[in-house]
Design a protein around this ligand. Sequence first.
Ligand SMILES: [Zn+2]
Ligand SMILES: [Zn+2]
Length: 250
Amino acid sequence: MSVDWQKAVGLLSVFFLMAACVWEMCRPHSIFNLSLTRRWSLNFGLWVSISILTSLVFRLSPIALAASRPGEFGLLPFLLIVDASLWHIHFSLHRFGVLWIWHATHHSDPEMDASTGLRFHPVEAFLESAVLLGLVWIFRPAVVSVIVFQIIASASNYLVHANAALPRLVENSLQWIFMRPGLHRPHHSVDPNVQKGNYGIVLSVWDRIFRTLHRQTFDPRCGIEGDPPAASIDPVHVLATLPWREWKKL
Ligand SMILES: [Zn+2]
Ligand SMILES: [Zn+2]
């Protein structure tokens, strides 16, 4: 019986999310005010919708594409190329208004925890899926390289969004190479100036190279300026009203 690696990676992602939740319960960074049930329902609902829509639109997962065109491009170069490409996409999502309107959904979470890593607008998810598929098509990595990248990216996504405190020694050691909660938290600040920077997905080295790494002290105000917390847990608002409002600002 052959293993469905895309499903296996999906299940592993759920495990990482649960592990992050346990970590948040054991060592919380901040105490939240909003209903956790409503925030989690929205973020989890978005993730389920995105997963279904992405599989309908693209039909072929990155792992299936790599399996259909086996190549020998090395694991490490592939990981570096994909992570650098995703850094550029994230940078562009903030740099260009026409892209920001979709990324605003992710930033509209008024409180940041592991579930924020599930909160994306479908348009942004389509863009990132298309880029990953394109890179797999161009470089023809081995299937294992795509599997390893997806596992690392999933673990990193929940790690950087977790509302959990890391021992200072671990935070300081991680920051030289990897993104960590202390670097991604300022990126979710309501202050647009603090928000600009720390675009890394897995590695922090791209922000060092492109001089966008900031080490601001913790800003407890998370979300989008002027966005009422009650609206930011309304699915119609985060999927339609908010992108439209940001569009009108262009
Ligand atoms: Zn961002
Ligand atoms: Zn984020």
